[in-house]
Design a protein around this ligand. Structure first.
Ligand SMILES: [Zn+2]
Length: 425
């Protein structure tokens, strides 16, 4: 008898440099077999994908998903003004209900644009966990710790983090993991950075932090400690292969050596860096220095969406114009950064369509004017595709969207809820 949890993706075209049809069998939450000999009898559910491209789900390694509530707030400001005058006053009004609704909205948007995993840092994270559990998404969730160099605040922030680990880590069939997430070196005391790293090491968790986002941040730290951000973090021993540094815009050549030695992953957020005029992260240099680079959207107020297809194209174009070299960030590298490298950063066995990997898979429509002709699937995915071309999404072996319809979420209701609730902010 055929198991009820098996899915056959039939006659699909894998995103690679050649066009060749094959089929993929998913058993439970893993890719069981890839072969053109598979038949309808091999699975209980068959998806005919003959006019679709098949690729690993996109991995967003830096987000603040509930910020969907703040879409359109504080456009055209630089980071410090944006935070102090626009974002933080509104965030002070957040509560469980708002974060839950904003998280659901983000997940509807992410699934509909092909993201299967995200690494989030924010507040009221148990609400985001609840939304992730319901939506079927794979999530790394971190409570964004900020002590502003206050002793009491440090202790309470660490307690919040501890509580989140206890309540949410390894829940939802292990789809949900907690990442220890001190906000940044300029908002966290040295003690908080160190003690939170100890907590991450003790529980074998990802350590997620904003680093070297703006020139001001770097200049201030140099004045205070005569060190650059990564020199400082290395000095207090919080860098290792479980560390994800978001942004890394102003990283120096000497810091590159540190990142390489320690195996740190950098999460690149090109749209946010461009919108807040923070600068252009040296992605080609990171790659030359063999540093793992992954991709993120950052929060919606600095993007202003969560579409990783758009982010992927922006990343490639930005590096080309920045280096005046069209040969950098070739299509395969660009796709790897958005899939495989994200999985490496988060230490999950996903990000590739190969046997034994987690079944986090997306199918992209090809019978569309802007996807025709299909000379190179890689080229069309990076330069032509839109997030809305994603037709079907499978996460952890479960279909969470089929033919553009979300299976676990009520899209209409979610949109209506957030439209109403956002008025409170
Ligand atoms: Zn951020």
């Amino acid at each position: 008898m055929v198991e009820t949890t098996s899915i056959l993706i039939k006659d699909t075209t894998l995103v690679s440099d050649s066009i060749q049809k094959t089929s993929i069998l998913i058993q439970d939450n893993k890719i069981e077999e890839i072969s053109n000999k598979l038949t309808d009898n091999d699975a209980s559910k068959v998806i005919n994908a003959s006019d679709k491209l098949c690729m690993p789900g996109l991995i967003n390694t830096h987000s603040h998903v509930a910020m969907t509530l703040l879409r359109g707030v504080g456009d055209d400001q630089e980071l410090q003004t944006w935070l102090n005058e626009y974002i933080w006053p509104k965030e002070a009004k957040l509560n469980d209900e708002l974060v839950y609704a904003g998280s659901l909205l983000a997940m509807a948007e992410m699934i509909k644009t092909g993201t299967t995993t995200f690494n989030d840092m924010y507040f009221f994270m148990e609400q985001t966990a609840k939304a992730a559990e319901e939506s079927g998404m794979r999530a790394f969730l971190g409570y964004g710790m900020i002590d502003l160099f206050d002793d009491e605040k440090r202790k309470s922030e660490l307690n919040e983090c501890k509580k989140l680990i206890k309540n949410c880590h390894n829940t939802a069939n292990n789809r949900i993991k907690v990442a220890v997430s001190p906000h940044a070196p300029y908002t966290c005391s040295e003690e908080l950075l160190i003690e939170s790293k100890q907590m991450a090491r003790k529980n074998d968790l990802i350590y997620h932090i904003h680093v070297s986002e703006t020139k001001t941040e770097v200049d201030d730290l140099k004045k205070q400690r005569n060190q650059t951000p990564f020199e400082y973090l290395n000095d207090i021993d919080v860098l290792d292969d479980k560390t994800i540094a978001a942004h890394g815009v102003w990283t120096t050549d000497d810091e590159m050596k540190i990142l390489n030695q320690k195996g740190v992953s950098v999460s690149h957020n090109p749209s946010s860096n461009m919108k807040l005029a923070s600068g252009i992260a040296p992605i080609t240099k990171y790659l030359e220095n063999d540093i793992n680079v992954s991709l993120g959207t950052d929060g919606v107020s600095s993007n202003n969406n969560l579409d990783m297809f758009s982010e992927m194209k922006t990343m490639a174009l930005l590096q080309k114009v920045n280096t005046l070299n069209p040969k950098v960030l070739k299509t395969k590298t660009t796709i790897d950064i958005t899939t495989k490298n994200g999985a490496k950063a988060l230490n999950i066995d996903a990000g590739e369509i190969s046997v034994g990997k987690l079944a986090d898979i997306i199918l992209v429509d090809t019978k569309l004017p802007h996807m025709t002709p299909l000379r190179s699937p890689e080229s069309n995915v990076v330069y032509s595709a839109l997030g809305s071309d994603v037709n079907t999404v499978i996460i952890d072996g479960k279909i969470v969207m089929e033919d553009r319809k979300l299976t676990n979420l009520n899209e209409k209701e979610i949109i209506e809820d957030v439209s109403q609730l956002a008025k409170q902010l």
